[in-house]
Design a protein around this ligand. Structure first.
Ligand code: WTA
Length: 657
């Protein structure tokens, strides 16, 4: 959510940063003219544009016969083409000098580290793939991955892709309940996890959570659990069901040819929050996703063979899928993976990692940048960050002042900044500068990637005028787009393609974000327009948190809204009415916060809980969230309150209930 103050500063933003000449000269896309040309070419004939790239950039076992089959809102890309993304990420590099190049550099939180060359990574992926096969996983079977940020997380994903078993990675910070929901929805046959992972100097008991999630046949599809030893703490292993990864791999053959997959075979499901109901399983398929992550990684991060590329996301999110694992490896790049996070014992750890490995391209979230600003310049200034040549951000709007700080203090004024707008649903970057070509404006994600027909529209799908607020939309399919909601194609249709009613057979993709476009065609993303709250770059559905709250016996009714937060972008505020016998207390607040953490995960824990006798509702019984948002933000409640059923409620809420 973007605060009023940020919108003010964004509207007044006039600064323009040209790509540094020495950067442009060596870039893949070297000038604005080249970008415009690509953009126009792609717009004139998108299928031709994508087909040429698919042929040049990827290895196919069998060519496609149709580039795009578009039966709105269902798209198929590279129809009947045969391909394997694990092959494109590994095997094809082995016949080149890259065979012994570092594919994955890993730094553990306690300071341990590991580097795998392409040959080594390929070997372990093949072994892991054979282990999956031995445990009965077949093409089409879903595998759950619930892992810390260790190389085995990437190995597990690539092993699944290799044999055609779609993975569903669940962020290690999610609770046992959230994990269970996802394993049940995806009908996962096997789960890959670890005995634990390091997070801010403590051990996250991942295996214990898996045990809880699948206990008592709660996720009946799960037959086996594969456990990586990471922390060496004592854990329970259930004989017959649980297997140690290292023991299985030791015995597994390293020969496992990549399965030729249909271009449209499912590669993975990734659950994400929406405005209604349970998190939805976003489905991505093989060929289109491979091409889209490959080409966006190449052009947006301007990758070269000498780069050490680091994205600080977790593999549990789409950013980790597309821009730690698949995009970089498909390009034969060196991708760095870090288990840790800035923490009191080492707030400067990110800068240590950059210095230690000579990171050249660094990709992180605005929340992290704002937290660094608060910590002061001395931490980054005490390290040598001169290896950096390009910086990126993702996940939430970045306020211009943070952008400029990032560019100046971290980038030393010499690195272009790419502010990349995209979503789990889009698979890869959609609106983003190409760093050698597009001049940047702090706070703007700038212009669409070639081939992306983005626009700002009203609810009828008509383009709004320059600088007018509207809804961010995309007018034509692209290879990286989600294909459906797992098990619920109707929800896919309603949520994304019919929110703006199709006209004359033309469908418009509704992103759920508000945006403006300025006279130069630059996009300024204003944040979610639905009931999704973006907390520290993580997507949370208000309804999910409300359901978690009302599952506690004390809670009669709950309404959750976002409130602007200086560091996290927004924070979760819950308005709660209690069941008859319960009374408000600090202890109950603590208990309810803990309850939400247990139900969903610590990321959803409300920053604030306010009790009240009643929630403001319209006469038809709808909770008036707009009012609650204003109250949570401490703003004057303005606008129409005439539909409010009981005006007294408002006064009580204002007084803190
Ligand atoms: C927000 C993360 C502004 C947006 C890749 C979007 C952004 C949601 C940006 C998707 C950006 C992402 N500027 N907002 N550069 N990038 N967002 O699915 O609200 O976790 O809809 O994907 O994050 O979040 P998701």
């Amino acid at each position: 959510m973007v605060s009023e103050a940020t919108i003010e500063s964004i509207l007044q933003e006039k600064r323009l940063f040209d790509p540094p000449a020495e950067f442009s000269q060596q870039a893949h896309i070297k000038s604005q003219a080249e970008y415009e040309q690509l953009f126009e070419r792609a717009k004139a004939d998108p299928e031709k544009f994508w087909a040429e790239l698919a042929e040049q950039e990827l290895d196919w076992f069998q060519p496609w016969d149709t580039v795009l089959d578009w039966q709105p809102p269902f798209a198929q890309w590279f129809v009947n083409g045969k391909i394997n993304i694990s092959y494109n990420c590994l095997d094809r590099h082995l016949t080149t000098w890259r065979r012994n190049k570092a594919a994955l550099i890993w730094e553990g939180e306690p300071g341990d580290s590991r580097t795998l060359t392409y040959a080594q990574l390929h070997r372990e992926v093949c072994q892991a793939a054979n282990v999956l096969k031995q445990l009965g996983v077949k093409k089409g079977d879903v595998v759950g991955i619930y892992m810390p940020m260790i190389p085995e997380a990437a190995i597990a994903m690539l092993a699944c892709a290799r044999i055609g078993a779609p993975h569903t990675v669940v962020f290690g910070g999610f609770s046992a309940e959230a994990l269970r929901d996802r394993l049940v929805d995806g009908k996962a046959k096997l789960v890959i996890t670890a005995d634990g992972g390091w997070r801010k100097d403590a051990i996250v008991p991942l295996k214990e959570q898996v045990d809880k999630a699948i206990a008592n046949e709660a996720a009946p599809s799960v037959e086996n659990v594969l456990v990586v030893r990471r922390t060496a703490q004592e854990i329970a292993m259930q004989s017959g069901r649980d297997h140690w990864w290292h023991e299985c791999l030791k015995q597994a053959s390293a020969d496992c040819p990549a399965e030729p997959m249909d271009s449209e075979d499912m590669l993975f499901i990734l659950y994400t929050s929406g405005s209604t109901g349970k998190p939805k399983g976003v489905v991505h398929t093989t060929g289109g996703y491979n091409l889209y992550t490959h080409i966006t990684t190449k052009w947006v991060f301007d990758l070269r063979d000498t780069d050490v590329y680091w994205c600080t996301a977790d593999v549990g999110w789409i950013t980790g899928h597309s821009y730690i694992v698949y995009g970089p490896l498909s390009n034969g790049a060196t991708t760095l993976m870090y288990e840790g996070a800035p923490r009191p014992s080492n707030p400067g750890c990110f800068w240590d990692v950059i210095e230690k490995y000579g990171v050249t391209v660094f990709y992180t979230a605005p929340t992290a940048i704002r937290a660094f600003i608060k910590m002061g310049d001395q931490l980054p200034k005490a390290r040598n960050l001169s290896s950096l040549r390009l910086l990126g951000t993702v996940g939430e709007p970045i306020n211009p002042e943070s952008w400029v700080w990032y560019q100046q203090v971290i980038g030393g004024g010499r690195c272009p900044v790419v502010d990349t707008w995209w979503q789990t649903e889009t698979g890869g970057h959609m609106i983003t500068p190409l760093p050698g070509a597009v001049p940047t404006k702090p706070g703007s994600a700038t212009r669409p990637f070639p081939g992306i027909l983005a626009d700002v529209v009203d609810l009828e799908g008509n383009a709004v005028e320059d600088n007018q607020g509207g809804y961010l939309a995309v007018r034509y399919p692209w290879p990286g787009m989600m294909r459906t909601v797992f098990g619920d194609p109707d929800r896919f249709r309603r949520t994304y393609w019919e929110h703006i009613p199709p006209k004359d057979g033309k469908y418009v993709y509704f992103a759920g974000d508000g945006a403006r476009k300025d006279k130069e065609g630059y996009f300024w993303i204003m944040g979610r327009v639905d009931d999704v709250i973006n907390v520290a770059g993580h997507r949370l559905g208000t309804m999910e948190i409300e359901s978690a709250l009302v599952s506690h016996p004390a809670v009669a009714e709950a309404a959750v809204v976002g409130k602007p937060d200086e560091v996290k972008g927004s924070d979760v505020v819950a308005f709660v009415t209690l069941e008859g016998t319960y009374t408000p207390s600090d202890d109950l607040i603590k208990e309810l916060k803990k309850h939400v953490s247990q139900e969903i995960g610590a990321i959803a824990r409300p920053g604030e809980i306010r009790f009240s006798d009643a929630l403001p509702k319209t006469r038809s019984g709808k909770i008036m969230r707009r009012l609650l948002r204003s109250l949570a933000a401490g703003e004057e409640v303005t606008g129409d309150t005439s539909t409010l059923e009981d005006m007294g409620v408002l006064d009580k809420l204002r007084q803190g209930g």
